[in-house]
Design a protein around this ligand. Structure first.
Ligand code: F6R
Length: 243
């Protein structure tokens, strides 16, 4: 793991944006997994700005969203499909983009098809990740097998509590999601995990310094050959000087 400590959230976003731009210009036909949530928000705005000023071209980039809530209409503003279109995909021209369909009648088949699609596209070159305060990546909650492929998962109480903050009261928070599995994510040639803020400090410490255990899914990243972790001072606050 390569740990990049930067000052604040804006610097995490800037650094992540620069790495994404580097990778896109280094390779043609890049396949990238993207996260949703608060953490990557500013990075997407920065990428869109660069695109609008003509400094970057995503036309041979293929995008896979990491996850989606089960039962959520893609047009629903709280769906991850809506998020990624609204923040990023509608502003840039990509080659192709995919988001799991949380309304699929046969969810297991949808998961298999998603996994097959990633293979057909030549596997992931880059996976960008956030991290949950319980150490989840994608929606691979504590206890998920390191061998997992794209699957349907029950969201943990902690995740529901963390994410329900942003939901309107009249919309029931989904209890399940489709997520790329840990093996799917680990199959990426490069991984970049972003974290900002005190509420991630404990998960970051365990991910970097703790044992590699399915109880802290992100700890698997210690075993990846090319993983960059970009964290601000608050997210790094429990690391001491050891990294
Ligand atoms: C979402 C995802 C999750 C989030 C994590 C952190 O697509 O994969 O693992 O990255 O829950 O969310 P934020 O950034 O909202 O704190």
């Amino acid at each position: 793991m390569n740990i990049l400590r930067v000052r604040d959230y804006a610097s995490v976003s800037e650094k992540a944006k620069n790495i994404v731009l580097d990778r896109i210009s280094d390779f043609s036909d890049t396949t990238i997994a993207l996260p949703t949530g608060n953490t990557p928000d500013m990075m997407y705005s920065l990428l869109v700005k660069e695109y609008q000023s003509g400094k970057v071209d995503f036309s041979d980039v293929v995008i896979f969203n990491l996850d989606e809530y089960v039962g959520m209409d893609p047009e629903n503003p709280y769906s991850y499909n809506y998020y990624i279109h609204n923040r990023f995909l509608k502003h840039v021209k990509t080659e192709r983009s995919y988001v799991p369909n949380g309304l699929a009648e046969d969810l297991d088949r949808e998961c298999e098809a998603y996994e097959d699609k990633i293979k057909e596209e030549g596997n992931l070159d880059l996976a960008l990740l956030g991290i949950g305060r319980n150490g989840h990546i994608g929606f691979n909650e504590p206890g998920t097998s390191f061998d997992s492929l794209t699957h349907v998962t029950d969201l943990s109480e902690d995740t529901m509590e963390a994410n329900a903050r942003f939901f309107p009261r009249d919309l029931d928070f989904p209890e399940k999601a489709i997520t790329m599995g840990l093996k799917t994510i680990m199959g990426a040639r490069e991984i970049i995990l972003l974290a900002s803020g005190n509420e991630k400090a404990n998960a970051i410490r365990e991910m970097i310094l703790g044992e590699v255990t399915e109880n802290l899914p992100a700890s698997i990243l210690q075993t990846h050959k090319n993983c960059n972790v970009i964290i601000d001072g608050d997210a790094a606050s429990l690391l001491g000087n050891s990294t």
